[in-house]
Design a protein around this ligand. Structure first.
Ligand code: DC
Length: 220
């Protein structure tokens, strides 16, 4: 069977992580969370005391760093940052880092290298538009703002404790705005992506739909 490249894009809280993980396990594919790369670079920039507007320094950091985002572990230069990158502070830092075109160029090149042989489910914001415009399957997952905020507020690993849904909704709105209005590769729906609104849909149902799409695209 051909080793497909499956691109899953969409805003935060749309269910990309859960769906990508389930799908990659089912297919025996690698699961690459590209958002975790931007988060890890943001974490390292803080760790090294580099300001976010120093694009040259952060780009050098991103190109020299050893970044691992597989098997449920996120590590950068030997630091296990799996949990440390899921905080409101890193939410903001990652969005700032992701606005820098040169940093994006470095990370996009790495993502292409990782995924070029296929057999990969890659999630992010620009996978179907920029990283792999010829991906075999492109899915854009979305959900209403309320539902995305509800999911994020209930995600204690992310929030570090019970959080006010209103504050989470505001943070999500700010990040959506940053991700969709930035100059470099803003979050947009690829014209050939299948748009799935997951509002009110149980996970199992979303996975079923995605599985069917993948089957339809798999050459016999
Ligand atoms: O998916 P996430 O919330 O972990 O992503 C962290 C940040 O990185 C978020 O602001 C969006 C950005 N991002 C991006 O610009 N391009 C990607 N391919 C993945 C994430």
């Amino acid at each position: 069977m051909k080793n497909l490249i499956i691109a899953i894009d969409g805003p935060s809280g749309a269910g990309k992580g859960t769906i990508s993980r389930a799908l990659s396990e089912e297919l025996g594919y690698r699961h690459i969370d590209t958002g975790a790369m931007y988060r890890a670079v943001g974490w390292l920039a803080i760790h090294r005391g580099i300001p976010f507007d120093d694009e040259a320094a952060i780009t050098a950091l991103a190109s020299g760093a050893d970044i691992v985002v597989e098997g449920g572990v996120v590590a950068i230069d030997g630091h296990d940052v799996t949990r440390a990158i899921r905080t409101p502070e890193i939410d903001k830092t990652a969005a700032a880092v992701a606005r820098l075109p040169q940093v994006r160029a470095v990370l996009v090149a790495r993502q292409r290298e990782i995924g070029k042989r296929g057999g990969v489910v890659m999630e992010g914001r620009d996978i179907g538009t920029v990283v792999f415009p010829n991906a075999d399957v492109k899915i854009y997952l979305d959900a209403s703002e309320e539902e995305r905020a509800r999911r994020r507020a209930g995600d204690s690993a992310h929030s570090g404790g019970p959080v006010e849904q209103k504050a989470v909704a505001e943070a999500i709105r700010a990040r959506d705005l940053s991700d969709s209005t930035r100059k470099a590769s803003p979050l947009t729906l690829a014209p050939d992506a299948v748009h799935i609104d997951t509002t009110g849909m149980p996970i199992g149902e979303v996975v079923d739909r995605v599985r069917t799409l993948v089957k339809d695209r798999t050459p016999a």
